[in-house]
Design a protein around this ligand. Structure first.
Ligand code: IDP
Ligand code: MG
Length: 136
C-alpha cells in the first residue's frame, strides 16, 4: 500500500502559471497524481486546514493570501511521499530554500506579510490523512 500526501499549489503558483512546472517536478520524481482539482476554498476549509497556526502573527495574512485566488489540490501518491514531497518543495522561506527545490528555484521574498512559497505539503501521516479528508 502506497502512501499519500496533500499537495496544494497556492494562489501565487496558480497566478504565475506554475501549475504545470510544479506537477512536472512531482511526476519526474516518480510520484503519481492520484486526484487533482482546482478550487476556490471557503474560509472555513482554510481555517480547518491551518488550525495549528491560529493566533500566530502571520495567521490573518496567511488566510487572506490563501483566499486571494484559486488553489490546485492534489492527492500525490508513492512510497515515503510525505517526506519526499517536502524535500522537493524545500524550506518554508524561499530566500533560503535550496536551489533545485520548488521554493528555492521558483520563489523569493516579495515583501509581503506572509511568505508566498507556492506549495503546501502535509508534514506527517496524521496531517496527511486529516488534510486529504478535508480537501477530497
Ligand atoms: P510549511 O508550509 O513549510 O509547512 P508552516 O510552518 O506550516 O510551513 O507555515 C504555513 C505557511 O505559513 C507557510 O508555508 C508560509 O506560507 C506561512 N508562514 C509560516 N511561517 C511564517 C512566518 O514566520 N512569516 C510569514 N509567513 C509564514
Ligand atoms: Mg506546514
Amino acid at each position: 500500500m502506497s502512501e499519500a500526501t496533500l499537495v496544494l499549489i497556492k494562489p501565487d503558483g496558480v497566478r504565475r502559471n506554475l501549475i504545470g512546472e510544479i506537477i512536472s517536478r512531482c511526476e519526474a520524481k516518480g510520484y503519481t497524481v492520484a486526484a487533482l482539482k482546482k478550487i476556490s476554498p471557503s474560509r472555513d476549509l482554510l481555517a480547518k486546514h491551518y488550525a495549528e497556526h491560529e493566533g500566530k502573527s502571520f495567521y490573518e495574512p496567511l488566510m487572506e493570501f490563501m483566499l486571494s485566488g484559486d488553489i490546485v489540490a492534489i492527492r500525490l501518491e508513492g512510497n515515503r511521499v510525505i517526506e519526499g514531497f517536502r524535500v522537493i518543495a524545500g524550506a518554508t522561506d524561499p530566500t533560503v530554500a535550496a536551489p533545485g527545490t520548488i521554493r528555492g528555484d521558483l520563489s523569493r521574498d516579495w515583501g509581503t506579510k506572509v511568505v508566498q512559497n507556492l506549495v503546501h505539503g502535509s508534514d506527517s501521516l496524521e496531517s496527511a490523512e486529516r488534510e486529504l479528508a478535508l480537501w477530497f
